[in-house]
Design a protein around this ligand. Structure first.
Ligand SMILES: Cc1ncc(COP(=O)(O)O)c(C=O)c1O
Length: 431
């Protein structure tokens, strides 16, 4: 499929990757199966600013932005310069380095819940550390969870991809629904005195209904459970101080990652001093690469730029422009599709139309945008390198593609537009 066309090299590489790499990819979100096998490029070759080039040399305006980390732009010169400067002095020492303290101080300065900090490498690690701290602090084991938080045992237990995770953990993880406070209260009611933490992304696809976050904080407090915000996506994007600053709801613990260092691998678990002090002697969190200095240098420089240049204002205003433009284009086309989400990350939500599934509509939409050099329709982020012109162009492309789909819907031949397979859901759904 597509072996001879626009993505010839990508699919040739994919054949080999699929044999050698588990699942063919390093994160399922990059799997062509989840984007639409045969309808999309698989391999990227280089990236700069708001753009990347696939292995066949096609250029794209990048909206997934490596699933969120790229906040300033790909290969951002000032960050890379700071990294190179550190590189010339060594990247990992036998002792600690002051840059770790400097970065901790920066985080404590900007994040309301941060009084003590530990750096790790991935979002999954930071979230796992937060859960361990909460269990250690409260002496309880059950966690009430909403949404995706990474791949470690504690979070994957009650999902459809839980092979290899001890079944015993099923009794320690319970899912509640976003914007449904009763579903959280029910977990406390059925497990009295046993819930260590309430864990959620402060905002995901939908806005918190009035007072939802405040109510969650109250319910957690009333039951002596800690409130953990997963700010892996919202952190540094929605506000420099995270969603907790934006919504003025301060959790006990929170986890940051992704945009913190413009793509260099680093994450952080942060929390209130009283909690961190209480568990310090009894909890074990360790990482050889936790003090890797290229990422720490990148984080210090990234946060410095975010602070000085009003990056949040800029990316949120372009996010709004994109969201409004896509919704206007959708309205004009008459197709039942909405751009949802807060403007730090938006999503296109298609609805079934004339017997054509939402998955088919979405895959065809993305396929045709990609052919026109725009990677839309797969979780949209904005970087400081995107320009209003990039956004205008992307909206024009989306509008043209929606027009094509509308026409195909009219003639009952949407399926004939599909050049590969319909995208499938690759993320582990919780039950
Ligand atoms: C909200 C959220 N939490 C946690 C994670 C896990 O982060 P990582 O993939 O860096 O382990 C992700 C990853 O996409 C995420 O979106």
């Amino acid at each position: 499929m597509n072996n001879s066309g626009r993505y010839k090299k990508s699919y040739k590489l994919w054949e080999k990757a699929n044999k050698l790499l588990l699942n063919g990819v390093l994160t399922l979100s990059k799997s062509p199966l989840g984007i639409g096998y045969g309808t999309c490029p698989v391999f990227a070759e280089k990236a700069k600013g708001a753009y990347f080039w696939d292995s066949d040399g096609n250029r794209y305006i990048d909206y997934p932005l490596a699933l969120g980390p790229i906040i300033l732009g790909h290969a951002y010169d000032e960050v890379d310069k700071a990294v190179k400067k550190q590189m010339s002095k060594g990247i990992l020492y036998s002792l600690s380095n002051n840059a770790e303290v400097e970065l901790a101080e920066l985080l404590c300065d900007i994040v309301p819940s941060a009084e003590r900090v530990r750096f790790l490498k991935s979002g999954s690690e930071a979230m796992s550390a937060a859960v361990r701290i909460a269990r250690a602090y409260t002496g309880k084991e059950i966690v009430a969870v909403c949404g995706y938080h990474g791949w470690h045992d504690w979070t994957i237990a009650r999902t459809i991809k839980n092979a290899g995770v001890p079944k015993a953990l099923n009794n320690l993880v319970f899912e509640f629904k976003y914007n449904d406070i009763e579903s959280l209260i029910k977990i406390f009611d059925t497990n009295p005195g046993k819930v260590a933490a309430v864990i959620l992304e402060p905002v995901g696809m939908y806005l918190p209904k009035e007072n939802f976050l405040e109510e969650v904080a109250l319910v957690a407090k009333k039951n002596n459970a800690l409130l953990i915000f997963d700010e892996i996506i919202t952190g540094f994007r929605l506000d420099l101080g995270g969603a907790q600053k934006y919504f003025s709801v301060t959790p006990d613990l929170s986890a940051f990652g992704k945009a913190m260092a413009n793509g260099y691998p680093i994450s952080a678990v942060v929390g209130k001093r009283e909690i961190m002090n209480a568990v310090e002697e009894k909890v074990f969190i360790s990482s050889t690469y936790g003090g890797e200095l290229l990422s720490i240098a990148a984080a210090i420089k990234t946060i410095d730029i975010l602070k000085k240049r009003k990056v949040n204002e800029y990316i949120l205003s372009l996010g709004l422009k994109l969201k409004q433009g896509l919704n206007d284009a959708a309205k004009e086309s008459g197709i039942d599709v909405m751009c949802e989400g807060m403007v730090h990350k938006t999503f296109l939500v298609f609805k079934e139309a004339a017997g054509v599934s939402e998955e088919l509509l979405e895959t065809v939409f993305r396929q045709e945008c990609l052919v026109r050099g725009v990677f839309l329709g797969y979780g949209h982020f904005i970087s400081f390198s995107h320009t209003p012109k990039d956004i205008d162009h992307s909206i024009a492309v989306a509008s043209e593609v929606l027009g094509i789909i509308k026409n195909a819907l009219k003639h009952g031949n949407v399926e004939s537009l599909l050049k590969g397979k319909v995208a499938i859901d690759v993320l582990p759904k919780r039950y």
